[in-house]
Ligand binder design. Structure first.
Ligand SMILES: Nc1ncnc2c1ncn2[C@@H]1O[C@H](COP(=O)(O)OP(=O)(O)O)[C@@H](O)[C@H]1O
Ligand SMILES: [Mg+2]
Length: 414
């Protein structure tokens, strides 16, 4: 599949633009311009006839505009990926384009590199979608997906690594990681919370336990880890019962922790705890990227804001490029406000990934909790925010069970 050329259809009412784009693409050996169309209507028709992988779509056109055409093409052929080219980077257009199912949005005239990498990303998606469609038609005998866990299936009841990630700062990644860890922790399923935001980690502050041991006390000894040593270093949070591995005290110390060392610590913790919940930063450091590789589940956090949704889309694409099965992503909406029309259902539909839990906006409870250093799952779990976290914990547990069942059927392969 990877050697297949990406077949592109150019839709624009201006001849000069069509020609310019064609010229930009002519030297790319992996891209093939399958055809050009002069209007939205013709674009829809040629999409049916030529079945391209990617459609480059203008917005303002005489008969059917590019956004409506995108919607129609995506309805008829969901594997075709549309990249919108528009004169202005108007956020309102961007939002409408996204809701219509466009994969990417570029401003005109596009830069060569930018255009080509957008086409490659979209082309990869289209090939994957086609393959999936084929697999579904061939039936379940062909094992689907590529689970990402490195783990060997022989290991006995290893704990699960649950990584909480948001590609946009301030969406509530840390709030969710801390409260989710508390929700998952009980006598049968002991839970440790690890801060992988090594520069500006604030997990310890969220539970008012700053200034104690950190991961720097473990990293020099990663090759000789012992339960007693690890227990000594972890912070024991009395009020909730969870254990915590804090980030370094100062940002300049972050670089002392390598990805390999960090991975070894996580894998050791997996032997001691049922759940290892990892908080992250939006910046994809080596430490965080390799944590995804060994995670059982990634809790992806978005809000109802377009930039957060857009970044979630990019992140889902990235996981796919990394070979990480999307079944492992538990998509979550935080700061959910039902007065805003971008509902979890719409975002889920648009990104083709259902939102499993919505945690409501509640500034009073959440901000007070952070400032007091007392997570709301300790004293406010009956409130709507607390119920949101409980439903997320339920979704995570259910997903882990499903993944275990499917791995028992089709053993892990990379
Ligand atoms: N559901 C929510 N309702 C209201 N405020 C929230 C909610 N979740 C998080 N916040 C607030 O948003 C801010 C950012 O949260 P934080 O967890 O630090 O985000 P991140 O780790 O993604 O940067 C904090 O002030 C936090 O109190
Ligand atoms: Mg954070």
């Amino acid at each position: 599949m990877a050697t297949d050329k990406i077949r592109v259809l150019i839709v624009d009412d201006i001849a000069e633009t069509r020609e310019n784009v064609r010229k930009l693409l002519q030297f790319e050996t992996d891209v093939d311009v399958a055809g050009t169309a002069r209007s939205g209507k013709e674009g829809i028709q040629l999409s049916q006839e030529l079945d391209p992988d990617v459609v480059l779509m203008d917005i303002n056109m005489p008969d059917i505009d590019g956004i409506s055409a995108t919607e129609i093409i995506r309805q008829k052929s969901p594997h075709i990926q549309v990249v919108i080219l528009s004169v202005q980077g108007d956020p309102n257009y961007m939002r409408r384009a996204m809701l219509a199912g466009a994969r990417d949005f570029l401003t005109k005239p596009p830069m060569g590199d930018e255009l080509i990498s957008a086409i490659r990303r979209a082309g990869e998606m289209a090939h994957a979608e086609r393959a999936k469609g084929m697999q579904q038609r061939l039936g379940p005998s062909i094992p689907g997906g590529v689970p990402m866990s490195l783990g060997n299936s022989a290991a006995v009841s290893k704990g699960k690594i649950i990584t909480v990630y948001s590609p946009k700062g301030g969406t509530g990644c840390t709030t969710i990681a801390v409260n989710l860890a508390i929700a998952l922790n009980n006598d049968d399923t002991r839970t440790v919370l690890v801060d992988a935001n090594l520069q500006f980690g604030d997990v310890a502050v969220f539970v008012n336990e700053q200034g104690k041991n950190t991961i720097l006390d473990l990293t020099p000894r990663v090759d000789e880890l012992e339960v007693e040593l690890v227990e000594e270093i972890l912070i024991k949070h009395e009020a909730s019962g969870i254990h915590i591995l804090a980030a370094p005290q100062r940002p300049e110390m972050a670089e002392k922790v390598g990805a390999e060392q960090f991975g070894k610590v996580l894998q050791f913790l997996q032997r001691m705890y049922s759940y290892v919940v990892v908080d992250t930063s939006p910046i994809l450091t080596d430490v965080i990227l390799s944590t995804f590789d060994i995670s059982d589940v990634v809790v992806l956090v978005t809000t109802q804001e377009i930039p957060a949704i857009k970044n979630s889309r990019l992140f889902l694409d990235l996981l796919q490029t990394m070979g990480i099965n999307k079944n492992r992503v538990v998509f979550t909406m935080n700061r959910f406000d039902k007065r805003i029309s971008i509902t979890p259902e719409r975002v889920g539909e648009n990104l083709k990934h259902e939102i499993s839990a919505a945690i409501p906006l509640d500034e009073k409870i959440v901000i007070t909790a952070v400032n007091r250093g007392v997570p709301f799952m300790i004293d406010n779990k009956a409130q709507p925010v607390g119920k949101g976290i409980l439903s997320l914990a339920g979704a995570v547990r259910a997903r882990l069970t499903l993944l275990e069942e499917s791995e028992a059927e089709a053993p892990i392969k990379r």
